[in-house]
Design a binder for this molecule. Structure first.
Ligand SMILES: [Cu+2]
Length: 488
């Protein structure tokens, strides 16, 4: 009402011509908006429905429980057929593209031996792992060509979906793009007792979602010369397959989503906007499943979702490509936002239905209290820098204390923010308390604006092996949108 009166007052002061011009502009804006909404509604009503013909590639599982001796990972160049019969030059861990899924268990240690067969240095960051700086795999931790990095990962954190990828300053974007990425899955006694879908590749399926360009079926290599500001490509690639399908039992099916793209964010949804459940954020299970119909994810983020396949023959997961910044917009109403298929789930009655119920209680999360905060820090992301500073390997940007509760304010704008060494809880997103589906442990956040997070570090990161905080658009990270800190 107040607003209406104010507008009326403004109009009264207009001269005739100015008022007509304002009316014309308003008409034009309205027409454009209606056109945009109609266009986007049309797009929403007709997502790509071409039947998937390629079986989903599921990364090989290496279960640390059944492993004798260290897990051996060879980092090397290779070839991969994204389209059947057409090979592209790629890199991979123990294969042509991506790497095996390594399953680890809370309370146990996992030995891994990474050998670099590339002709350039690389390294391995355990994204999401709660480990000391020395084995976190930040830019200080180089594996030179021909060298082997033997690492023992003591797993102390709860069940969660994490990943490993290169993290050298200046070559992360190119190396991840070539295919270097894999899953670290952590389970614990509690997660295994819940009856959640957990038969790997059958009803518990990891999906790394990326975008790539292709010419005649061949993947376009990472641009040589000057690095692009952020690489967004045309075709959605899921576990190295395009428009794939997979057979699943007629029961609940868990999809562990990882946005492994260099720069692109997506909004995931099921065909027909069917509901699904989000059961986990990056650092662990949510307190209980949250029913949602859309899920936005920025590069580096993981979310576990569950789809009910008990009463449906066929279900298609789709991804809407989000623009660089969608602040304030409902992504579904953004005109001309493109959707591409992620995965077609086909119910197969001959597969044993393993998870016929979804537990209502999943996890206990004891929230941090703002009144217990001992230190506050602010991170402003912008202009390829954080707080006006670019990454300098010789500069430690701040020092955190072991076990101290910190509140970080992330003014991230259009940049997804990630920090190493621990998981945080969201205190606020753009001034609002987090939605139920965001009230879980995380290590990457994309508020499209500003967020406040609460966090504690439980492991040491000295000057030689500091932790990083950075933008997870890999080009931005490579260009210096990163800082480092110690924990003592
Ligand atoms: Cu960025």
């Amino acid at each position: 009402m107040t607003c209406f009166r104010h507008k009326k007052g403004v109009f009264k002061r207009q001269k005739g011509f100015a008022r007509r011009r304002v009316n014309f502009v308003m008409l034009l804006v309205s027409a454009l908006l209606i056109t945009a909404i109609v266009a986007s509604t049309a797009l929403r009503a007709s997502p790509p429905t071409s039947a998937a013909v390629t079986p989903l590639n599921v990364p090989t599982l290496i279960d640390s429980k059944t492993q004798n001796g260290p897990i051996v990972i060879d980092i090397k160049e290779g070839e991969h057929a994204f389209y059947p019969g057409v090979k592209s030059k790629t890199s991979g861990y123990n294969g042509g593209y991506l790497g095996p899924t390594i399953k680890m268990y809370k309370g146990e240690s996992t030995d891994i031996s990474f050998t670099n067969h590339l002709d350039e240095p690389t390294n391995i960051h355990g994204h999401g792992l709660h480990v000391v700086g020395k084995i976190d795999g930040g830019p200080q931790n180089k594996i030179l060509p021909g060298e082997t990095w033997n690492v023992t990962i003591p797993v102390s954190q709860q069940a969660s979906t994490n990943w490993y990828h290169p993290h050298l300053k200046g070559s992360t974007a190119k190396q991840v793009h070539s295919g270097l990425a894999g899953f670290y899955l952590i389970e614990d006694g509690h997660s295994l007792s819940l009856g959640l879908p957990n038969t790997y590749g059958v009803d518990d399926i990891p999906l790394v979602i990326q975008d790539r360009n292709f010419v005649d079926g061949k993947m376009t290599p990472y641009p040589a010369g000057n690095m692009p500001e952020d690489l967004r490509e045309d075709t959605l690639v899921v576990n190295g397959t395009i428009n794939p399908y997979t057979l699943v039992p007629k029961s609940f099916v868990r999809l562990r989503l990882l946005n492994g793209s260099n720069a692109r964010s997506y909004e995931f949804y099921l065909e027909g906007e069917q509901p699904f459940y989000k059961i986990a954020t990056e650092g662990g299970l949510l307190p209980s499943p949250v029913e949602i119909t859309t899920l936005k994810m920025a590069p580096g983020e993981r979310n576990d979702i569950v789809v009910d396949m008990s009463v449906i023959e066929n279900q298609k997961l789709l991804a809407r490509f989000l623009p660089k910044s969608y602040n304030g917009f409902n992504a579904a109403l953004i005109p001309f936002s493109e959707s591409q298929p992620v995965l077609e789930l086909r119910a197969d009655g001959s597969l044993e239905a393993l998870a016929s119920e979804l537990p209502t209680q999943l996890n206990t999360i004891t929230p941090y209290l703002e009144k217990d905060v001992e230190v506050e820090r602010v991170f402003e992301l912008g202009d390829m820098s954080i707080n006006g500073q670019q990454m300098n390997m010789k500069v430690i940007n701040h020092e955190s204390k072991l076990g101290q509760l910190e509140k970080w304010t992330i003014d991230s704008g259009r940049h997804p923010f990630h920090m190493h060494g621990t998981s945080f809880l969201i205190l606020s997103m753009n001034g609002n308390p987090p939605a139920p589906e965001d009230q879980g442990w995380k290590d990457t956040i994309y508020p499209n604006g500003s967020a406040e997070i609460l966090l504690k570090f439980e492991y040491e990161a000295p000057e030689q092996w500091p932790y990083m905080y950075h933008c997870h658009i890999l080009e931005h990270e490579d260009m210096g949108m990163m800082g480092q800190f110690t924990v003592k």
